[in-house]
Design a protein around this ligand. Structure first.
Ligand code: BTN
Length: 248
């Protein structure tokens, strides 16, 4: 076992953490905790989720012992909101690179290795009326999910497929250091440029399915709010704020 409550507490020093062998969704627990005075940098970690969710209303599930699934709590300002997903993807990409593999980011914030999805991030904000009270950054990273021979083989990858055996706790500890570091530079040019520099589809022909339509064109750039700027086939510049992007 490379992850449990006491290992977590011992390795992560003074960080406030909760660990669940099984929970509905770490994001739900973290959102609830935010409303009850949890501090920035606290985390909720689970070995299995029964109601894990991904972007665009999708289900997110990984068998026990095979993934790193957690939510990181932040107390950002409104201006910092668009950068939180970027920071999540960037911190994961940096963690992968520290382990000797190269990683890219597929807009908006999927982390890929060899063109296959390794990790997804799901930032969710908590509001009290119109006041932002905090954000949870949910991260789901495939560590040793056996995708071979499944329907996901062509599109998903696990960290251990590429770098060999890892300790989930050590991966988490490194990743948390990167998240802490970027939290101190949210809304910075440095964060935006580092994220932009890892995007894999800029300058390429893409199809983006989002907001009820499919837009085909060249992915020209991203803006500082995280929007994707696509020059569509009619020559118009379209700004996409959410959706799925595919090459070609
Ligand atoms: C995506 O669709 O790519 C985002 C997936 C995010 C999954 C993580 S796992 C931990 C956290 N809790 C959830 O319910 N979802 C996120």
């Amino acid at each position: 076992m490379d992850l449990n409550a006491s290992l977590l507490q011992n390795r992560l020093d003074n960080r406030i953490s909760e660990y669940y062998p099984q929970i509905g969704s770490t994001n739900d627990r973290a959102l609830d905790w935010l409303a009850h005075n949890a501090g920035a940098g606290s985390i909720v970690v689970a070995d299995e989720q029964t109601k894990g969710r991904g972007r665009l209303g999708r289900v997110w599930y990984a068998p026990p012992g095979t993934a790193l699934m957690f939510s990181y709590l932040l107390r950002p300002t409104l201006d910092e909101l668009p950068y939180i997903g970027m920071m999540g993807a960037l911190a994961v990409a940096e963690t992968v690179e520290a382990l000797g593999a190269s990683a890219g980011i597929k807009w908006p914030n999927d982390v890929q290795i060899e063109g296959k999805k390794l990790c997804g991030v799901l930032p969710e904000a908590a509001w009290q009326d119109t006041t932002l009270i905090g954000v949870v950054l949910g991260i789901g990273l495939n560590v040793r999910i056996p995708f071979q021979g499944t329907a996901f083989e062509a599109t998903a990858i696990s960290l251990e497929d590429v770098v060999g055996k890892v300790d989930r706790l050590e991966v988490l500890a490194f990743l948390l250091e990167r998240l802490d570091a970027w939290t101190r530079h949210l809304a910075s040019n440095e964060l935006y440029e580092a994220w932009r520099g890892k995007l894999v589809m800029l300058g390429k022909p893409v199809t983006v399915n989002g907001m009820g339509e499919a837009v085909h064109g060249i992915a020209e750039d991203v803006d500082r709010q995280g929007g994707l700027l696509v020059r569509d086939d009619s020559g118009a510049l379209r700004r996409m704020v959410a959706g799925d992007i595919a090459l070609g």
